[in-house]
Design a protein around this ligand. Structure first.
Ligand code: OFO
Length: 173
């Protein structure tokens, strides 16, 4: 059993994970429009990862006997001037997610809610990787600047990204 305050906070964050999924699906579409098929693949994989994050929160809340609420989704941007801008926005968004996860962890500690503390640990670790991936790509994109050949090389690397569902993760598209 978890407190109402904890359930509400987890439910709110669950919806933010769904927003993340929509944000990256839109970035996939924008990359495609720019002819960057590798980046489109990278963001599609990211979208699928975010759906797993969303489903992890959903399943945890359901397993705790909570009836979840899904408010109307907020519209996501669908226009970016460059791939660098997309990754700068991605890093900023992931830093927000990290801060929210940290707040949830603090609430779980205050509540002496050991189950939620354990549940949230996976996300604490995941956020290190998420931010690090974005920083790496920003650094590479800054190195090549406006050089089309360089951008296409990075796009080629991004085409290699493959979606791998974490073991035991709930079903997601
Ligand atoms: Fe991108 O980690 Fe979930 O939101």
């Amino acid at each position: 059993m978890i407190s109402k305050k904890m359930a509400d906070a987890l439910n709110k964050h669950m919806n933010l994970e769904l927003y993340s999924a929509h944000l990256y699906l839109s970035m996939s579409s924008c990359s495609n429009e720019k002819g960057l098929k590798g980046a489109a693949n990278w963001f599609m994989v990211q979208y699928r990862e975010e759906m797993i994050h969303f489903m992890k929160f959903y399943t945890y809340l359901i397993d705790q006997g909570i009836n979840i609420t899904l408010p109307a989704s907020k519209a996501v941007p669908n226009s970016y001037k460059s791939l660098l801008e997309m990754f700068e926005k991605t890093l900023t968004h992931e830093q927000l997610i990290t801060a929210c996860i940290n707040d949830l962890c603090e609430l779980a500690v205050k509540d002496k809610d050991h189950a939620s503390q354990i549940f949230l640990q996976w996300f604490v670790t995941e956020q290190i990787e998420e931010e690090n991936n974005d920083r790496d790509l920003i650094a590479k994109l800054k190195l090549v600047g406006d050089n089309g050949h360089g951008i296409l090389m990075i796009d080629g690397e991004m085409a290699q990204r493959v979606f791998v569902a974490p073991p035991g993760s709930p079903l997601a598209v």
